[in-house]
Design a binder for this molecule. Structure first.
Ligand code: FAD
Length: 636
């Protein structure tokens, strides 16, 4: 195995989105030799697509905002299934992470008096999203990259080598985490996209920051690389995933033309005044305010419209309900035959703001619709509908250190689970990446200081054999065809509204697909995907064949957990169990792999700390908690 490149690091970070970059910066600041690995080009992670902003209770736009209010909103948004400790850390630390970003050079939009401006978003009581127009994620990534370059320049000054303690490996895909004889992480194995060559990263600590799973679904806002790799890598290494049934369908994806179906229309459109209308021209969201939110949302158009100028004396427009509520409402309108011509509903900002205001506040949206759908959003409404957007479920981690159950493994960002409960509030992801990216970097650096590992040859041999399997078959399945079927199955049977019989069908269909995934072939002789005799350099068919294993595992977790959870909550709606159940609220569903088969267990959540519980009114707690969980003095 001399032809396989072997590299040694203290900390290896898989993923170069916001979570990965923040983790890597922290590990390097702790003096650790750190590698950042990204499947796509450096700078092209999902995080750059984030439009609306990063939620942090800085109180710039409304001085009443503070971490307690943000904590409450996050728990409400997640329907109290969140890891309350993560929600607490997130709400407390998000402002510092935003100010830190500013100190590193981020150019946020400003309020009139020069503070970082904050905008409204669904489920947030006060304007809370620090933003840069509708290109906030791009600025976050640009700033972190700038910080990385600054650190590399420091290293050059000290060691004469820019890469001495922080090196980026772009277009490099990890296919296996490696473990030593003691069951600890000892590195990661992958291939370099450009050459197809294999590479081994030897390291005691690995941080997973690989983002989401959207590419398992047909209609999604996610791009090609979001195939659940980190989720699957963690499971294969012996870690567990929690609450994979909770998949967020963003209410407003583009529905037309088909080539761009699913692409996101930012929630800022609604935050800035946009309203949802059905084919009768009715603002239908007033019909869909659930009981738990009745006292917080306006019940008339007049009050809703007044709220934009006078939020202290009016309730919020129902268009700004949490995403799960809005997505279900749109789904119901379309099902009832009141949808738009292409199967969505209308999102109208044109009649609400002046063209120049729209272009100033929402430049990317204006451009996106003009270029891709020939729609001028300053003059006519957009057609929008739900799109698979974000996965709340993910690697089970310790909230304080981001450590997974396997020694040496850490996870942060979308790949980790718990923080957002059953439904993530918009803007809470970018702040999550910064808060827990930093904590994962710290956790990994600390662990690496005390641990030395070496990679057993057998681990590398097994990883090579697995990666080469699609090349070894003379005949087999076309990975693109199998992928399409997987996406269709997930969309049709495990989508926004679920039912027992359909989920059972899905599990059966996934079982059959699993066998087909195990039989994909990409060698020229298989005739499946290549038309010329080529090796593994830049071979997308081979890459997809390897990604399919991950999408398969993750899809099984989603389907099995969705079947098990007999209630509707957040990003999991069961037609046959339409109500939230206080008994189910206490339960996390935990997935692990045994002999390659997904196993599911119920795990009781730890009760919320008293001081956090006391931030809520008893009447509100009664909507979510069982009698036994209510604060002691309040039970009678
Ligand atoms: P990502 O940014 O997704 O990065 C994952 C990284 O992992 C990439 O570098 C990828 O190449 C790498 N990777 C994956 N697999 C492998 C592998 N096998 N080997 C090596 N590398 C790998 N959230 C908000 O808070 N506010 C918003 O306004 C907002 N808007 C959004 C708009 C859109 C269109 C989308 C899609 C999402 C939006 N979100 C928003 C959600 C948010 O952007 C994501 O949840 C977040 O960026 C995820 O960040 P991450 O660091 O976890 O992963």
């Amino acid at each position: 195995m001399t032809d396989i490149e072997r590299l040694r690091y203290d900390v290896v970070v898989i993923g170069a989105g916001g979570a990965g970059l923040r983790a890597a910066i922290e590990a390097r600041l702790q003096g650790k030799k750190t590698a950042i690995i990204s499947k796509s080009l450096f700078g092209k992670a999902h995080t750059v697509m984030a439009e609306g902003g990063a939620a942090a209770a800085m109180g710039n736009a409304n001085p009443n905002d503070n971490w307690q209010v943000h904590f409450r909103d996050t728990m409400r948004g997640g329907k109290f299934l969140n890891s309350w400790r993560m929600a607490e850390l997130h709400a407390k630390e998000a402002p510092d992470r935003i100010w830190e970003l500013e100190a590193w050079g981020a150019l946020f939009d400003r309020t009139k008096d020069g503070k970082i401006s904050q905008r409204n978003f669904g489920g947030h009581e006060y304007p809370r999203l620090a933003h840069v127009g509708d290109r906030t994620g791009l600025e976050l990534i640009r700033t972190c990259q700038q910080k990385i370059v600054a650190l590399q320049q420091e290293d050059h000054a000290e060691f004469g080598d820019y890469d001495a303690r922080l090196k980026v490996f772009a277009e490099t895909t990890i296919t296996r985490l490696l473990k030593d004889e003691q069951g600890r992480i000892c590195g990661a194995f992958g291939y370099i996209r450009e050459t197809g060559k294999f590479v081994v990263f030897e390291a005691p600590a690995v941080v997973l920051a690989t983002g989401g799973i959207g590419k398992s679904f047909k209609v999604t806002s996610n791009s090609w690389e979001y195939t659940g790799d980190g989720h699957a890598l963690a499971l294969l290494a012996g870690a567990s995933l929690i609450n994979m049934e909770f998949v967020q369908f963003h209410p407003t994806g583009m529905v037309w033309p088909p080539s761009v179906k699913g692409i996101l229309v930012t929630e800022s459109v609604r935050g800035d005044g946009g309203v949802l209308k059905n084919s009768d021209g009715k603002r239908f969201m007033f019909d869909y305010i659930p009981d738990v939110f009745k006292d917080k949302y306006a019940t008339s158009e007049e009050e809703a419209d007044r709220w934009y100028d006078d939020p202290d004396n009016n309730r919020r427009p129902p268009e700004l309900l949490p995403r799960d509520e809005v997505a279900r409402a749109i789904n119901s309108e379309v099902k009832a035959g009141r949808g738009s011509p292409h199967g969505g509903v209308f999102l109208d900002i044109a009649s609400r703001l002046k063209p120049e205001q729209i272009i100033k506040r929402l430049p990317s949206m204006h451009h996106q619709f003009k270029e891709l759908a020939d729609v001028d959003i300053t003059a006519e409404p957009m057609e929008v509908g739900p799109t698979c957007h974000y996965v709340m479920g993910g690697v089970e981690v310790d909230p304080d250190t981001a450590a997974a159950s396997v020694p040496g493994l850490f996870a942060a960002g979308e790949v980790s689970g718990g923080m957002h409960g059953s439904n993530r509030l918009g803007g809470n992801s970018l702040s999550d990446l910064l808060v827990f990216g930093r904590r994962a970097g710290l956790g990994a650096a600390e662990y690496a200081s005390a641990t030395t590992v070496s990679v057993p040859d057998a681990e590398v041999e097994a990883a090579v054999a697995e990666a080469m399997e699609p090349y070894q078959r003379d005949t087999g399945e076309n990975p693109y065809a199998v992928h399409q079927e997987l996406q269709q199955t997930m969309n049709d049977l495990v989508g926004i509204i679920r039912r027992e019989d359909e989920l059972e069908q899905a599990i059966e269909a996934l079982g059959k697909l699993r066998d087909r995934v195990g039989n994909v072939a990409v060698a020229p002789s298989a005739g499946a995907t290549v038309t010329e005799d080529r090796g593994p350099a830049y071979h997308p068919g081979w890459h997809l064949a390897l990604d399919l294993r991950n999408m398969m595992i993750v899809s099984e977790c989603v389907a099995r957990a969705a079947l098990e959870r007999q209630e509707s909550r957040g990003g999991h709606t069961r037609d046959d169990y339409p109500k939230m159940s206080a008994d189910w609220r206490k339960i996390n569903l935990v997935c692990s792999l045994r002999d390659g088969v997904v196993e599911l267990k119920r795990q009781e959540m730890s009760p919320m700390r008293e001081d956090l519980l006391s931030l809520f009114e008893l009447d509100e707690l009664k909507k979510y908690l069982t009698e036994g969980e209510l604060p002691a003095e309040e039970k009678n």
